[in-house]
Design a protein around this ligand. Structure first.
Ligand code: PGA
Length: 250
């Protein structure tokens, strides 16, 4: 069954104390406002185990994982470590990882495979940069990103992951995709999934939108048939704003 999800990607923000406070506030609001929507927070690695202990209504995600399972990789954090810290999800392929840390599709495939091996749910990101949209190749770009990564999985494995469409030009810029642009790309991605697998798999896949999503635009974005929730950056650092976005899910 397709699920509605709102996930907060805190990126490299909050000290441990600030993160514990933010997670506590989000969890308290989630307790007071029961919803069928799956609410997820993705704090920095250092906060995971502490925050895992306090969450009752909110799920926990890491923002990244290593492309190897263990060994001499100084500074890396494995899926096993993430799972043992209490997280159930991991964001993979965020555009900031692709751009600043040069993560390519091969590495992203390996990360996703390792996460699936441990039953961590990957939130797999894709999306075009501005010049690609302006050149009208955004559909081709997203297709290539998916073809070279998650479309290599068989249907059973694919059906365990969540897709996030995040147009890079909308991330942290204050310029969100219009609801029409988001719906158009989400529908396209769902059609690709149908072509690659089958109708049922396509219908069951959760596809999140990310990029300058905030309380004022979330409702219009989420009312589209193929937009199943959001991956929220900046607005997830404020518990009230984040939960207002959660409440915008129809
Ligand atoms: P933003 O970030 O909401 O701050 O644009 C979204 C994301 O990077 O996931």
């Amino acid at each position: 069954m397709r699920k509605k999800i709102v996930a907060g990607n805190w990126k490299m923000n909050t000290t441990l104390a600030d993160g514990v406070k933010l997670a506590t506030d989000v969890n308290n609001l989630a307790e007071k406002n029961p919803t069928k929507t799956i609410v997820i927070v993705a704090p920095p690695f250092t906060h995971l185990s502490e925050i895992a202990k306090l969450l009752t209504k909110v799920h926990l995600s890491a923002q990244n994982c290593a492309s190897e399972s263990s060994g001499a990789y100084t500074g890396e954090v494995s899926v096993g470590m993430i799972k043992s810290a209490g997280a159930g999800y991991v964001i993979i392929g965020h555009s900031e990882r692709r751009t600043y840390f040069r993560e390519d599709n091969e590495a992203l495939f390996k990360k996703t495979e390792l996460a699936l091996d441990l039953n961590l749910v990957p939130i797999f990101c894709c999306g075009e940069v501005l010049s690609e949209r302006e050149a009208c190749v955004h559909f081709d770009i997203v297709k290539k990103q998916l073809d070279e990564t998650i479309f290599k999985f068989d249907k059973v494995r694919f059906s365990k992951l969540v897709v996030a469409y995040e147009p890079v030009w909308a991330i942290g810029t204050g310029v969100n995709a219009t609801p029409e642009q988001a719906q158009e790309m989400h529908k396209y991605i769902r059609e690709l999934i149908r072509g690659k697998y089958d109708l049922q798999t396509a219908e069951n896949t959760t596809i999140l939108y990310g990029g300058s999503c905030k309380p004022s635009n979330a409702g219009d974005l989420f009312k589209n048939n193929d937009v199943d929730g959001g991956l929220i950056g900046g607005a997830s650092l404020n518990a009230a704003d984040f939960m207002a976005i959660v409440k915008s899910i129809p």
